[in-house]
Write a protein that binds this ligand. Sequence first.
Ligand code: ZN
Length: 469
Amino acid sequence: MRISFMGAAQTVTGSQHLLEINGTRLLLDCGLYQGRRKEFYERNREFKFDPARLDAVILSHAHIDHSGNLPNLVKCGYHGPIYTTPASAHLSNLMLLDSGHIQESDVEYVNKKRVKRGEPEVEPLYTIEDAAQVAQYFEGRHYDEEFEPVPGVRARLVDAGHILGSAAVVLDIEENGRQFRLWFSGDIGRRDLPLLRDPILPQKADYLLMECTYGDKAHRDPQQAYDELREIVKRTVERGGKVIIPSFAVGRTQELVYDLHQMMDRKEIPGIPVYVDSPLAVNASDIFRAHPECFDEETREFIAQDKHRMALGFEHLTYTRSVEESKALNTRKDPMVIISASGMAETGRILHHLKNNIEDARNTILIVSWQAPYTLGRRLAEREERVKIFGETYHRRAEVATIGGFSAHAGQTFLTEYAQATQESVKQIFLVHGEQDAATAFMEKLAEAGMEQAVYPELYSSLEIKGGR
Ligand SMILES: [Zn+2]
């Protein structure tokens, strides 16, 4: 077998790994590389292999850095199956359409500038129309259901505990009379995240292809995030303020809703209105509800206690779809929680909520995820006194609170446990989906634990795997 690292090699985004086995070609993930605009187009537009000659694709989960270049793959001639869990297929359809919309608007912006400079216009990476073509190729496979993507390969998807539908990919390969197991981690989640089952540790892997995003950092306990959220809501309500939360529409929003529901149910916080104000989050929450097979035991029990309610909907919760409903929230003066996209406060409805609430000292702006440099979210997280929203300067009087414990990725401790689960059998560990510092720190950690098998492959590098039992 030959493995080629076509993306998320020595960086985090653009997950894409090509396997050549018994003369066939199998692609693991087809993610979008996210970076500066020029590199974005260069890296994503052209594949280093012929998409028309691929035999199968397996998708670990719906996040755009794993699924986001599928529309381009199909546009470039791939018309075969894309295996993934039914929940991931469902979520990907929604997220790819949204991504197509983003690609179109980005190019519109770029072209305006190009026309001014007298340069020729450019085409979007893909359109909404292109994104809509992907749906017909998804082949849903349930967790632990065995399938044969290409001859000689038995595949299985197992729980990754990262987002709804997320999976690790287990490949039992037979080639030239030799058998071996390649375990692709996808993105590794965490134990005890709300809603989701815990990640499954790799078993009997000969080769481990694993992410190392937080290879240099240990995370705080998810329970601590729950406690912090409770205290922040409590003190904001006591001062008669609103809690404004910029949040990614898929994943984090549903976790927050679930936690707030539990807090109100246990009477830990007063029953105040909660608004999820983002069309994408509304649709994503419907998809979460349609896939209870992905929920953990605790969530199922919570739902079972009262069959008339759902974990992601309760009497105090409203999903707002229309712009009018969204605007109506501005005139309300009572305490409430507003969760809205985008997660880094760069675009979307969250900007209106921030603008209307940032100058009132009773309110809280709550940051629940990592914020990229130069974004409004980062400026808020750094507690800047004056920020610009829609070109106007606002004097921040609202409290800013941050909760770090909500990450959907494993921290260093669990990553180490994950790799160590293969100690008896593993011949090589390929570290992907991590920056240099994270990978280096993680390799040191593994070496301390007596594991020297880890390598950190370069982008577009490729190597032959002969090994087997
Ligand atoms: Zn992910």
